[in-house]
Design a protein around this ligand. Structure first.
Ligand code: ADP
Ligand code: TRP
Length: 321
C-alpha cells in the first residue's frame, strides 16, 4: 500500500510526538511505500518569519532522520519542492463547496485560539487534500484531530470525479495513530507543547532529567504500594520500560518499597536508552546540513516521478492543456 503523511514544523519534538506518530511512520516503512513530507506551505498560515521557518523545517527533517526514517525506504520531501500541489489545490478548490469547509472544526478551533482567520487557514483542508491525492496514497496516518480532514479529502475527490466524469483519484483511508498511545505530560494531562508539559527528545540531557524529576506524583510514602490509575509516572514507565523491566515496574507499584524519586531515575535511564542513539545521530546530522539537503532533493525527485504523469492527465482532463 502507499502511505503518505505530512507534518507541520512546530518547534521541538517531544516524546508524545514520537510514541503517538513518528514511531508509527518508522514502522510503516518496513512494509509499505511511504511518502512523508514537511508541510512548509501549511506552516505559512502560522509562521511569518522566513529564517525561522527554514530552520524549523531543517530541524524537523533532521529529527525524522535521526529517529529512524530511512531515506532508502521512505521518501522524505519538503512540500514546497512540489509546486504542482498548489496547482492541484486550485483545481480541487473549484469543486469544493463553501459549506464543506465551513463545517471543519479545526478552522474554528484555531481561530478560537487566536490565529488570524485568513483565507489560507480556511482553505487548509483543500491543500491537505491536494497533498494526499497528488501521490494517490491509500493510507494516511494522522492524529485523531485530522480525521475530519480525511473525510473532506474523500468528499473533494468524489466531487471532482462527479464533475469531470472520471475516477482519477484514489480515495484514501485514515490510520488514526493516537489510538496506539496517548502519552501524558509531566502534569498528567496529555503531553502537548501548548500545555508546556513536554519532555523534549533532542533538548539538553540536563533539561530532560529536570523535566522527568518534576513529574507530578501523590504523597504515598516510600514503603506503601502506589496507585497506578491517573499516575503519569506509571503511564510513562509503561511506555518506556523495555520488556525485561516491565515486571520491575509492576512490582514497584504493587508491592511498595520503591519511592517515586527512584522510579523517576529509572525512567530517565529508559529515556536515554530509548533516545541515546537518535540524539547522537541528530547531533551528527546537524554537523552535516548538506546531507539533509541531499536527502530532501532526492525525495522531491522521486515524488515528482509520481506527480508528473498525474498532473499531465489532470491538465488534459480539465482543459488546462
Ligand atoms: P502538540 O500537541 O504538542 O502540538 P502536534 O499536534 O504537533 O503536538 O502533534 C503532532 C503529532 O504527534 C500528531 O500526530 C499527534 O497525534 C501526535 N501527538 C502529540 N502529542 C501526543 C501525545 N501526548 N500522545 C500521543 N500522540 C501525540
Ligand atoms: N494537517 C496536518 C497537521 O496539522 C498536517 C498535514 C498537512 C497532513 N497535509 C497533510 C497530514 C496530508 C497528512 C496528510 O498535523
Amino acid at each position: 500500500m502507499r502511505v503518505l503523511s505530512g507534518v507541520q514544523p512546530s518547534g521541538t519534538l517531544h516524546i508524545g510526538n514520537y510514541f503517538g506518530a513518528i514511531r508509527q511512520f518508522v514502522e510503516l516503512q518496513r512494509e509499505h511505500e511511504c511518502f512523508y513530507f514537511l508541510a512548509d506551505l501549511h506552516a505559512l498560515t502560522t509562521v511569518s518569519d522566513g529564517q525561522r521557518l527554514r530552520s524549523l523545517i531543517r530541524d524537523l527533517a533532521t529529527a525524522f532522520l535521526a529517529l529512524g526514517l530511512d531515506p532508502d525506504r521512505s521518501i522524505l520531501y519538503r512540500q514546497s519542492d512540489i509546486p504542482e500541489v498548489l496547482e492541484l489545490s486550485w483545481m480541487l478548490s473549484s469543486v469544493t463547496s463553501m459549506g464543506l469547509l465551513q463545517r471543519c472544526t479545526s478552522y474554528k478551533d484555531k481561530v478560537a485560539q487566536g490565529l488570524v482567520p485568513s483565507h489560507g487557514l480556511f482553505a487548509y483542508p483543500v491543500l491537505m487534500a491536494a497533498d494526499i491525492l497528488i501521490v494517490r496514497s491509500d493510507l494516511v496516518p494522522v492524529g485523531r484531530d485530522q480525521k475530519q480532514h480525511l473525510e473532506v479529502t474523500r468528499d473533494i475527490a468524489s466531487s471532482f470525479h462527479a464533475t469531470f466524469h472520471t475516477e482519477v483519484f484514489t480515495l484514501p483511508n485514515p490510520l488514526i495513530m493516537d489510538d496506539v498511545a496517548v502519552v501524558p505530560g509531566v502534569d498528567g494531562r496529555k503531553m502537548s507543547k501548548s500545555y508546556g508539559n513536554t519532555i523534549d527528545i533532542f533538548g539538553p540531557e540536563k533539561e530532560a532529567r529536570k523535566r522527568i524529576m518534576s513529574i507530578v506524583t501523590d504523597s504515598t510514602p516510600v514503603e506503601a504500594p502506589k496507585p497506578t490509575e491517573d499516575s503519569a509516572l506509571h503511564a510513562l514507565l509503561q511506555v518506556f520500560a523495555p520488556g525485561s523491566e516491565k515486571d520491575w515496574v509492576r512490582r514497584a507499584f504493587a508491592e511498595g518499597g520503591v519511592g517515586y524519586g527512584e522510579m523517576k531515575k529509572r525512567l530517565f535511564g529508559y529515556f536515554l536508552d530509548t533516545f541515546g542513539d537518535a540524539r547522537r545521530r541528530y547531533e551528527d546530522l546537524k554537523q552535516d546540513p548538506g546531507e539533509v539537503d541531499r536527502i530532501l532533493a532526492a525525495g522531491a525527485e522521486r515524488t515528482r516521478e509520481v506527480v508528473t504523469p498525474l498532473m499531465d492527465q489532470l491538465r488534459r482532463l480539465t482543459g488546462l492543456r
